[in-house]
Design a protein around this ligand. Sequence first.
Ligand code: PLP
Length: 354
Amino acid sequence: MKHSIKVREAISRMSPYKPPLENRDPEAYMLMDFNESPLPPPPEVIKNISAFLNTHVHAYPIYGDFLEKLSEYAGVPAENLLLTNGSDQAIDIILRSLLESGQEVAMVQPGFQMYNQVAGTIGCCVAGPQFPKNFQFPHKELKESVNAKTRLIVVINPNNPTGTSVSLEQIEDLLKSFPDIPVLVDEAYYEFTGETCVPLLSSYPNLIVIRTFSKALALPSLRLGYVIAAPDYIIELQKIRGPYDVNVVAVIAAHEQLDQPEHWQKMVRHLMDDCKPAIEKFFNENQVRYFSSTANFMLVEPCDAQQACKYLMENKILVRPMRPPIAHTFRMSLRMMPDMQRFMDVFSRYLNSR
Ligand SMILES: Cc1ncc(COP(=O)(O)O)c(C=O)c1O
């Protein structure tokens, strides 16, 4: 008789984290569902990757001076930095470094699903207030939710999926109010907002910041993220992350993106200065409710979100339907102006068809 492998109780009662990737074909659909960059990285990135692939792929990773490069970009010494395999891995190792089974993460809901998933694997839960209907940050309620079991406070700034921004004062207040609890600030969309809490690190050793090369820096398929934190905590995280978890192709590509930032910076300016105002004007004129954000995505609340997503999909546009309690909305990413125009044309037809 066959016996199946028994995994830990915490794992067996969970489901896999499965973003809706099925049939997600960039050739067939205009992708506005994963908050990605609408543009690929410039040709130099591909050239450098190809040069590497043609020579040193059989050697274990050599990261060269990348940490120094990143240290200049992030404005902290290299000892404050840890590279990770996407910021998903940063979330994984940070939670594993801090939580014992039965303890809690305080985070406003709904947030980025990976936090709930990783907490679940450790036998922990994410407990925190829900966003109110206007999606403003419930700062007071988050503070009130912190209790004896809380081992980590997570602030996603701006929050995915609601787009909610959190002020530096609010972050500093959390760091100050709970000096014995680490506060993880997820700045995945930093390049779009231009705002960071990293300078607070010199006053608050309980601050942990994570960022990614998956969004404005356009490398999600290569998987590169990083942690910015106090050097002694970085050393603890190094014990969990494998020495070669970050692949060299990602580092080569990221190095080039930091060396020649004009390409992605221009794209960021176009999305935030041209595309965002254009789509907001369109929704205002058509009386469609939306929630403005400082990142490259926004939540939209049409009369019937499910029907709107279906119509867009039938017209070869993918947006992200949301689950309860915000199933009355969908999330859409900004793209370059011609693509935004295509979205507006299709959405106008949808509105007229109702
Ligand atoms: C807030 C937030 N954090 C982290 C991530 C993970 O990004 P990655 O693992 O690609 O670095 C995402 C991706 O959508 C995100 O929205």
